[in-house]
Ligand binder design. Structure first.
Ligand code: DGJ
Length: 740
């Protein structure tokens, strides 16, 4: 069996091989300045006379001939703030009186905790540099990795920390990178939420002090997502289309932290990586610790420009795809049985649903929770990954064959990292869960978290998944994760080493996914964690899609989808049409509205379709067929949030334009019409002004007199009006424009 890390490395190497283009990077030996250019961005840092690596510039692309003088440290501010703490360092060690957030904090075996990193050497890499720093006296080496994307100008940064001392060293805090912005007025944008309420864009003025965005939960979390965008100006000045935005996202699915601080001299610094809370990674002599990757980008075109760059980067550089395609393929339209049957799955019931799904034009039939072990509800079965013989007396094969015969492929739900105390696995291996001996084991949804950091657990999880995929013709796994950590003990290790769990758990998760993908290259994966609890640029190297929220209310989803797309591409944003009234908000909505809301992302159906009327079946079938024709534009095109549903807006609208600018799709939604107000005219964006586009409705009508064909200039300057009858509660419309 391949070792976990080597599988992850092999898998990533294959993915990165597709990245052929190069971007200009240069080192000026006279001024000791490094410069990376990509897309519309330049990033510049240098070695100051003390030997520290100091950031010099991050922003719009400079002319090739523009040069920088050697970095000059900022002066001390009286006796209270030294030059060391004032100077914006690329990766500052905690030592020498550093009072801002350190990138790295360590404890040496002799009690010394002072660390001051100076430049040692560097090598040029494909599209970047590896720069080696070393402590001024101790044998601690840090290699900073920089890779600039030639197209988007997004910079990937990470660090490798190596102990070459004769004694162990404990890493207490390790960031992937620190970013800096000069003094100014800025607004911080970040994403917050809770279960069934993820993806709220939160905006606040950056003020003196630190704002910490984090997860201490062992995984990414619903409560905060590791993404930020800092926009120039006050919140009321932040725009979708204009203004400078610096943004970033961490590629890590374990506990993480991003600290945004305005320091004592009003500079803004963003430091992110492993969450230092309860952290402690012992490096024995010769050992290294790799941090996650922190991606950072810049746009001069507002929050919209920033998200379009990030979407492109995710599609081109992060998400898995085969060597044959430069981008991942649009997601199959799926049917998922969860909201229809919950745990009550059976061969006959699933076959009946599969027939209905096939009649709608579904590509992929996914059976959710309930098919394994003694799983009747959420009290038992997790950990026992054998097919429940009562529900599926002949195994999964008859159902899978039936699904194939109906022209669909087959997907299955798993929750590999969890165990119910009521399971054979737990009865056999009670020590396999995260726990502190002699302390209670707190349950969430009646389950405990397996310690995936342990090699036996890792091998068990890989083994059962490998067998499941080898024995059955499965195209897709929905990988769920329904609680956060408690009592994160790993008592097989010496006390001082147990906190390695924060790193090794997540590394093993990635290793398992990488190895499964290498061995079963046709299988696709969804990252789900009771909805959107595990969405980040780390898991997205291995997952083809994510489940953004358990909240499938189509109105709530409009705001959630709006929030989600600030950070993540609609390609991965699975969106099911479910039943009305909705179970969460008890809101009744039409099928047309529900379909259109879900069609803004990767469409799925999650309703009890056995109960649908012939009219509902006909409508869904028609809209699924219409969606298929424009899906690549919706999920991989440039997204313009024309009207955000945030802050109680009465209306919302989005538009996507494909890369060739030959097609565009517009969605418009009304929450509740008040005072007879007409839908605002939509001035479209991103079209080619000289190209003629034909307008065709997918659902709804334009205002009488709207031309069926007009130039891009007309649609962008004059705009598109909805029909005057487009009023009421929870109404939706959609249109496509095609180059003539
Ligand atoms: C939580 C997921 O988010 C749901 O979609 C569903 O798969 C349930 N778990 C099943 O237990």
């Amino acid at each position: 069996m391949l070792k976990a890390l080597s599988a992850a490395t092999l898998f990533l190497a294959a993915a990165l091989a597709a990245q052929a283009q190069t971007s200009p990077v240069s080192f000026d030996p006279a001024a000791t300045v490094f410069r990376l250019d990509g897309g519309g961005v330049s990033y510049v840092f240098g070695i100051n006379p003390r030997g520290e690596l100091q950031q010099l510039y991050w922003g719009g692309r400079l002319a090739a001939a523009d040069g920088f003088a050697q970095a000059a440290p900022l002066p001390e501010w009286a006796s209270f703030d030294s030059s060391y703490t004032n100077t914006p360092q690329e990766y500052a060690g905690w030592g020498a009186g550093l009072f801002v957030e350190p990138a790295l904090k360590v404890s040496f075996a002799d009690g010394n905790r002072d660390l001051v990193l100076h430049y040692r050497s560097h090598t040029a890499t494909a599209n970047g540099f590896d720069v080696v720093l070393k402590d001024i006296s101790r044998e601690i080496y840090v290699t900073l990795h920089y890779t600039m994307d030639p197209e988007s100008g997004i910079l990937a940064r990470s660090a490798t920390i190596q102990n070459r001392e004769a004694q162990p060293v404990t890493v207490e805090q390790a960031a992937a990178a620190a970013w800096a912005l000069p003094p100014g007025h800025y607004t911080l944008n970040y994403l917050t939420g809770r279960w069934a309420g993820e993806w709220n864009l939160t905006q606040e003025v950056i003020s003196p002090g630190a704002r910490v965005i984090e997860s201490r939960r062992g995984s990414t979390s619903h409560q905060a997502n590791p993404w930020f965008a800092i926009a120039a100006g006050r919140p009321e000045q932040v725009s979708e289309d204009h203004g400078e935005v610096w943004f970033g996202a961490l590629g890590w699915s374990g506990s993480w932290r991003i600290t945004v601080e305005q320091d004592q001299l009003d500079e803004v610094r963003v430091t992110g990586g492993f969450n230092p809370f309860d952290f402690g990674y012992v490096l024995h002599p010769g050992e290294s610790l790799e941090t996650p990757v922190f991606y950072g980008g810049y746009s001069a075109s507002g929050l919209g420009g920033a998200s379009r760059l990030l979407h492109r980067y995710e599609l081109d550089r992060i998400l898995p795809h085969t060597a044959a395609t430069s981008r991942p393929r649009p997601r199959p339209v799926i049917y998922n049985s969860w909201e229809a049957t919950e745990f009550n799955v059976s061969e006959a019931g699933q076959m009946a649903l599969a027939e209905k799904a096939a009649a709608l034009g579904i590509d992929r039939f996914v059976m959710d929770d309930g098919w394994f072990g003694e799983r009747k509800d959420d009290h038992a079965g997790l950990g026992d990954w054998y097919v429940n013989a009562e529900k599926f007396p002949h195994g999964l094969k008859p159902l899978i064959d039936k699904v194939h015969a109906l022209g669909m492929d087959f997907g299955l739900w798993v929750e590999p990292e969890m165990v119910n105390p009521d399971s054979d696995l737990y009865r056999k291996h009670p020590d396999w869960v995260l726990n502190f001996p002699g302390r209670p084991r707190s349950e969430g949804r009646n389950q405990l978290v397996l310690n995936l950091a342990r090699h036996e657990v890792r091998d068990y999880v890989f083994g059962f998944l490998d067998k499941l995929l080898s024995d059955n013709d499965i195209a897709f796994l929905k990988w769920d994760y329904n609680r956060n950590w408690s009592e994160p003990g790993w008592d097989q290790l010496p006390a001082a080493e147990q906190k390695r769990v924060y790193v090794e758990f997540t590394r093993n998760l990635y290793g398992i996914l990488a190895e499964l993908r290498l061995k079963h290259p046709k299988v696709e994966f969804e990252s789900c964690s009771g909805g959107g609890g595990r969405v980040d640029l780390g898991i997205l190297r291995y997952a083809d899609e994510v489940w953004p929220s358990d909240n499938t209310d189509p109105f709530d989803r409009l705001s959630q989808q709006d929030g989600f797309t600030y950070a993540y591409t609609p390609q991965i944003m699975m969106a099911w049409v479910t039943d009305s009234p909705h179970w969460l908000n008890r809101r009744a909505t039409s099928l047309s509205y529900r379909m259109l809301s879900s069609m803004q992302g990767s469409l799925g159906i999650g309703a009890n379709i056995a109960a649908w009327s012939p009219e509902e079946v006909a409508l869904a079938k028609r809209l699924i067929a219409a969606y298929r024709q424009v899906q690549p534009t919706i999920v991989q095109g440039d997204l313009y949030r024309l009207i955000s549903p945030r802050n109680g807006s009465e209306f919302s609208a989005t538009q996507t334009v494909n890369a060739e600018k030959t097609q565009s799709v517009v969605f418009a939604f009304i929450h509740s019409t008040q005072q007879g107000r007409l839908f605002p005219r939509l001035k479209l964006k991103g079209l080619d002004p000289a190209t003629e586009y034909a307008l065709s409705p997918i659902e709804g009508k334009p205002r009488a007199g709207t031309p069926t064909v007009a130039s891009g200039a007309w649609w962008m300057n004059h705009g598109l009006d909805m029909d005057d009858g487009f009023r009421g509660d929870f109404q939706g419309a959609a249109f496509r424009l095609d180059k003539r």
